[in-house]
Design a protein around this ligand. Structure first.
Ligand SMILES: Nc1nc2c(ncn2[C@@H]2O[C@H](COP(=O)(O)OP(=O)(O)OP(=O)(O)O)[C@@H](O)[C@H]2O)c(=O)[nH]1
Ligand SMILES: [Mg+2]
Length: 209
């Protein structure tokens, strides 16, 4: 059975999350996308990443504030979060620190984070070098990789998802190795005795649970 990978798209309303995914999965661009309600979810099976097959699910969250608790729940067990901001909208850009804080509070420290500037076909005030410097100033415990994309021209889309898949695969395989090494450590005599005495005390000698 394939391992699973989970990616989640987050960011302000209208940042271009749904368009990014549509460009990646359907190679299409819609000039007027409806705002996402709650969260959309889709899986593609049998994707080869780093020589291994994965079933990759991508969760496209809603940027609207009223869905924040659903976004929070969607982040459970995420391998990589793709944080989008709109390059043509300074307000969207200013919210990246808030979104990073949100991810740090609600996600496992092992999760990867990628920052994606969207709509690079539109006029923008930012150049990549300045954005990269800005990322270094953000309060993040991780090294943040930045991609600039356009769902309209599909520039940068393939590279963004390829990187996200590879990073996700590395994180997933590392976590599985840790799980296996924990299972390989045999329980010692002391801990077995401790468990038995605990069960006797609280379950009156019932060992079935
Ligand atoms: N020119 C241009 N417009 C884009 C691009 N990406 C998205 N848009 C437009 O921006 C608007 C919002 O894009 P969405 O992808 O729906 O944004 P979203 O982040 O999913 O928004 P929510 O679902 O509300 O959180 C849409 O009308 C898109 O057509 C892009 O790369 N270039
Ligand atoms: Mg959307």
């Amino acid at each position: 059975m394939n391992e699973t990978l989970k990616l989640v798209l987050v960011g302000q309303q209208g940042a271009g999350k749904t368009s990014l995914l549509q460009s990646h999965r359907q190679q299409e661009f819609r000039a007027h996308n409806a705002a996402t309600v709650a969260v959309d979810y889709s899986t593609v099976k049998n994707v080869e990443v780093n020589g291994q097959l994965f079933d990759i699910s991508i969760w496209d969250t809603a940027g609207q504030e009223r869905f924040r608790s659903i976004t929070r729940m969607s982040l459970q067990n995420t391998n990589v979060a793709i944080l989008c901001f709109d390059l043509s909208d300074p307000d969207s850009y200013r919210h990246t620190q808030g979104w990073l804080d949100f991810l740090q509070v609600n996600c496992s420290p092992d999760m990867g984070i990628i920052i994606v500037g969207t709509k690079m076909d539109l006029p923008t005030f930012y150049v990549k070098e300045d954005l990269q410097k800005y990322l270094l100033t953000l309060n993040s415990q991780k090294q943040l990789k930045l991609f600039l994309t356009s769902a309209k021209t599909s520039e940068g889309i393939a590279e963004t998802f390829q990187y996200a898949y590879e990073q996700g695969a590395k994180i997933k395989m590392k976590a599985l190795q840790i799980d296996k090494s924990i299972l390989l450590v045999p329980p010692n005599k002391q801990s077995i005795q401790k468990t038995q005495s605990y069960r006797k005390k609280y379950f009156q000698g019932c060992y079935c649970c």
